[in-house]
Each structure stands twice: as structure tokens, then as C-alpha cells.
Design a protein around this ligand. Structure first.
Ligand SMILES: NC(=O)c1ccc[n+]([C@@H]2O[C@H](COP(=O)([O-])OP(=O)(O)OC[C@H]3O[C@@H](n4cnc5c(N)ncnc54)[C@H](OP(=O)(O)O)[C@@H]3O)[C@@H](O)[C@H]2O)c1
Length: 363
């Protein structure tokens, strides 16, 4: 690992113990400086000192990049400078004092290879770009890859993992599925179990829309309009309504459980519910939900609208909540919590950044 150490290791154990005051500096580059990238910068500016005291790790942001360029400071931005970057207008990091207009990942990596690459660019499920090229570049250069962007893993999960393994780097992706809730960590704890069925509500936007339809008795197009106004749905919510987001998440879940599945293997039905469907389900004691289902080993996967009993675990997950139920034969495990939002997503990225350097944390 290339992380610089500021203090001599504890001679007896051979590692720096944060409990004894050793601090290691870890260089971080953030690609994608919109809602999530900026929230991570804010989090590091406000909580960096606390992280350093608790874990003996000093995260130094050495570069942030948006679609038009980058801002680079090889010795790392101070907390104050990070907050100045956060204030830059959208697409404007290259207009700041550290700005490099037109710089993409290649120029940034020529200047400085980070220890951790954070990917917070938008997903593109046909090409995977720019996240896919970023993922390969990062791991081949020996940077740990921590991502909120699902597309690279939904399209090339094993290729990225194999390349990362060859280069001895970590791939962290807690922020991609149920970002606010540690589902990915839990799935890793289920290795070796047989997987009978995973079913979940993994897309907050469609769950919010269906909750609105039921509560306000509005049709789909009105509910979408309200969700956009409320800031829950993107102005162009097609990735959610057509099921791409949920499909990418069930693919990531499957592969984490060792079940090899690609995005094109998922049977995907868009959200096409009418108010009549929602009312009819309610009259019979059910709720219409946008479900993502993995049918055990070899059984395939699908995403689409489906009815669940109103009082069931999934039935009770309303609004922007996510929920997942995993049947492993000897047990059924349920988990629910916030699916996204920039704050919880930035926390998930930070948690993965610490996981990437876990060898240096106290046991
Ligand atoms: N928002 C959430 O709650 C949430 C939750 C979980 C996961 N995620 C995922 O996290 C990622 C970021 O989400 P977000 O809400 O922060 O999106 P966003 O606000 O749209 O920000 C995306 C950022 O990526 C930049 N970008 C686009 N192409 C780039 C390139 N080639 N190189 C470098 N930067 C590039 C954009 O640049 P410009 O500023 O110049 O346009 C923008 O700064 C997405 O993949 C999203 O699906 C989001």
C-alpha cells in the first residue's frame, strides 16, 4: 500500500496504533462533485478531525473532479478549502484557485495517484461510462475503488473484482444499494449460506410514488410530478420508473452473494400501475410495491410491480424507506432503512474508505 505514514510504527507490533497517537495520511480523489461528492467533502471537512482521533487515519482530499475539469492540491485540501470547493457552482470546480479546466481522470492520475478513488458520477447502464473506465483505471493504478455509482458493478462486477484482486486493492460499494443501511456488509456475512430468495423494495423513488398514489388517491403521472417537486424523484425519473435502478441493485446483491448475474439477465417490468390497481390491492388487504426479487441459486431475478400483504414487512415499508427480506433456509433476515439521500450516501462512502484501510484500524 502506498499510504504515507506520519509517525513511526509501534516497534513491538509493527503497526501504528491509533490508540497510541500514530496517524496515517490517506490520499483521496473524488470523481463526481454533485450532491454526493460535495456531501462527502463537507463530511470530511467537519468530521475529519474526529475520524483522525478515533481511527488514526487522516483522509486528505487531493483532487475533486466534475464533468468539466478538476481541482487538484497534491498536499491535500484543508477543511476550509473543501468547503470553498463545495460552494463552487455546479460544474465549476475548475474555476476555483486549484482548478484545472478540461482535466479528466487521465490528467489527474498523471499528477497524483490517490490511495482511494471515490466514484460519484452518474450511472449509464448502456455503456457504464464514465464509471467503468474510472473503475479499471483506479484499480490498475493501485487505488482502492469506493463507489456510489452502480453502473460499473452492475455491468462488470467480476471483471472489476478480479482486476482489483490482481492489484491487491479493495472495492467498496455500500453506497450503491440501500446506501444508508449496511445491507452490503450483511450480505458479506451470509457467504456460505444457501440463498432461497431475496425480495426487496430497493428503489426509494417508486416506493414514494406508490405511497403517494395510495395516500392521496392520485394517478401515476400526478404522483411522479409531486415526487419531482418534493425532490425525491429526479427531473428525469426514467432510470427509476423503468426499473434500471432496482435491476442494477439486485444484480449487485446477487453477485455479492456469489450468484453470477448480469443486468441483461434481470427480467425488468416498468412501473405502470394505475390508481385502480392500487385501490384494488388495498381493498384486498395488499399493497402494490415495486419489487426486486432474486429467486435463489439459478432461479433468476426480476424487478417490477407486485402485491404484498399490507401488514407484512415489505408492505409496511412506505415512502422513501427501503426494505429487504432474505430467506437463507435456516433463517429469514429482514432489514429496512433509508435507501438514499446525499447524507447517508456520503456516510456509506466514508465507511467504505475506512474499510479500504481496515488493516490499520484497531481490531
Ligand atoms: N443522490 C443520492 O441520494 C444517491 C444515493 C445512492 C447512490 N447515488 C449515486 O451516486 C452517484 C452521484 O449521485 P449525485 O446525486 O451526486 O449525482 P449528481 O448530483 O448528478 O452529480 C454527478 C456528478 O458527476 C459529475 N460528472 C459527470 N460526468 C463526469 C466525468 N466524466 N468525470 C467526472 N465527473 C463527472 C457531474 O459533473 P457536473 O457537476 O459538471 O455536471 C456531477 O458533479 C450516482 O451514480 C447516483 O446514482 C446517489
Amino acid at each position: 500500500m502506498k499510504v504515507e505514514r506520519d509517525e513511526a510504527p509501534n516497534e513491538r507490533s509493527g503497526v501504528v496504533s491509533p490508540l497510541r497517537g500514530g496517524v496515517r495520511s490517506v490520499r483521496v480523489a473524488v470523481f463526481g462533485f454533485g450532491g454526493v461528492g460535495r456531501e462527502l467533502a463537507r463530511l470530511l471537512a467537519f468530521r475529519g478531525g474526529e475520524i483522525e482521533r478515533r481511527y488514526g487515519i487522516r483522509f486528505l482530499v487531493v483532487a475533486v473532479a466534475d464533468s468539466r475539469g478538476a481541482a487538484v492540491k497534491t498536499e491535500g485540501f484543508t477543511g476550509y478549502e473543501l468547503l470553498k470547493l463545495v460552494e463552487a457552482h455546479r460544474g465549476g470546480v475548475s474555476n476555483t484557485p486549484w482548478g484545472r479546466s478540461g482535466w479528466s481522470i487521465n490528467e489527474v492520475y498523471d499528477e497524483i495517484v490517490p490511495d482511494i478513488h471515490v466514484e460519484a458520477t452518474p450511472p449509464d447502464y448502456s455503456t457504464g461510462e464514465p464509471g467503468l473506465s474510472h473503475a479499471f483505471k483506479a484499480v490498475r493504478k493501485g487505488a482502492h475503488f469506493v463507489t456510489a455509482n452502480k453502473a460499473p458493478l452492475a455491468l462488470k462486477f467480476w471483471e472489476i473484482m478480479e482486476e482489483a484482486s490482481k492489484n491487491d486493492v479493495y472495492v467498496g460499494y455500500k453506497a450503491t444499494v440501500m446506501a444508508g443501511t449496511p445491507l452490503v456488509s450483511m450480505l458479506r456475512g451470509l457467504r456460505g449460506y444457501s440463498i432461497r430468495r431475496v425480495e426487496g423494495i430497493l428503489n426509494a423513488t417508486t416506493n414514494y410514488i406508490l405511497s403517494l398514489m395510495e395516500d392521496k388517491l392520485v394517478d401515476l403521472s400526478d404522483a411522479v410530478r409531486i415526487a419531482v417537486n418534493d425532490g425525491v424523484a429526479e427531473p428525469d425519473p426514467r432510470l427509476d420508473l423503468e426499473g434500471w435502478d432496482a435491476a442494477a441493485k439486485i444484480v449487485i446483491i446477487a453477485n455479492t452473494l456469489g450468484i453470477r448475474l448480469g443486468l441483461s439477465d434481470v427480467n425488468r417490468e416498468p412501473l405502470n400501475a394505475s390508481l385502480k390497481d392500487v385501490i384494488s390491492a388495498a381493498r384486498r388487504g395488499f399493497r402494490l410495491k415495486y419489487l426486486a426479487v432474486l429467486e435463489g441459486d439459478g432461479g433468476g431475478a426480476w424487478v417490477g410491480p407486485g402485491e404484498v400483504p399490507r401488514e407484512s414487512f415489505l408492505g409496511m415499508a412506505r415512502g422513501v424507506l427501503n426494505a429487504v427480506r432474505i430467506d437463507v433456509g435456516v433463517n429469514v433476515i429482514s432489514l429496512s432503512g433509508k435507501g438514499g439521500g446525499v447524507e447517508v450516501t456520503a456516510h456509506a462512502l466514508l465507511s467504505d474508505m475506512l474499510e479500504a484501510v481496515r488493516g490499520w484500524l484497531p481490531p
